[in-house]
Design a protein around this ligand. Sequence first.
Ligand code: SAM
Length: 283
Amino acid sequence: MGASNLNQDKNKLHYEKLYANYNIQNILHWINNLDEFLASATTTETSWFALYQRNFREKIKGNKVLDMGCGDCVNAAVMAALGAEVYANDIADSSGKIVEALNEAYEFEFPIHFVSGDFLENNLESNKFDFVVGKAFLHHLELPVEEQFLKETARLLKEDGEARFFEPAVNSKLLDELRWYVPVKGRPSKFNKTDFAEWKKNDPHPDRSFSSAHFEKAGRKFFAEVETIPVGTLERFSRFFKWGVTKNNFKKWALKTETKLPRIINKPLTRSQLIIYKKPTIL
Ligand SMILES: C[S@@+](CC[C@H](N)C(=O)[O-])C[C@H]1O[C@@H](n2cnc3c(N)ncnc32)[C@H](O)[C@@H]1O
């Protein structure tokens, strides 16, 4: 079995367990209160802030969107509730069960299609999609697999389509090294060698580059327009606040303010990024 298969199996195992017996009531509550949900999520949460910028919510209405690595399907459900025709893909079968339950419980204009298993083995029609999106997805792939996914993304997108990926960004080796020493929920500090090694063994992320330069270079192979937008440079300090209104207000302020930072500062210090690929070159 190749390294990529091992990585994929590790991901499947990890996420199958995470989404098993998932309760869709939260998702239903959010899509039944869509404006309120999006007003909060897109101003306080890095991934939602990033993905939904530049009028994404208006742009997807009535259009075909492929969601790669749909996971708990919250974004797939939100996009479908906004009127998009969503194809949601994941290697975890439990994501398919969530989609099934959502389609039964909510009357989407277009019920969500679940594309099961490794997306590369599903022969979806060329130039079909207006948007391909991935929220915290690409960085789960080893580099040769990512290259195949990007090639496939270019094939599946319409000529004027757009791919948007929200991913972590590691543009400073020093900052990256330092962060491993600060323990976070579910991950011990690197100071604690044994626990860290045990955690690493089960971690579904491969060792690979997450830099903006990498995603720019990887995209240029298949797209004429490539852009990375830093997200989280100031927001990352919200971890010093306890849950509550002050933390949320800080996040709101940080996400808005950091867009005004010069790129020369924002890029090395950012913690995540929105990657936009347009104009596929393999039509
Ligand atoms: C960090 S989760 C993100 C889930 C969701 N998009 C979100 O924002 O919460 C990554 C997802 O990618 C899926 N995944 C990993 N490798 C995959 C592959 N080769 N094909 C399809 N899905 C994959 C995992 O099963 C997992 O659900």
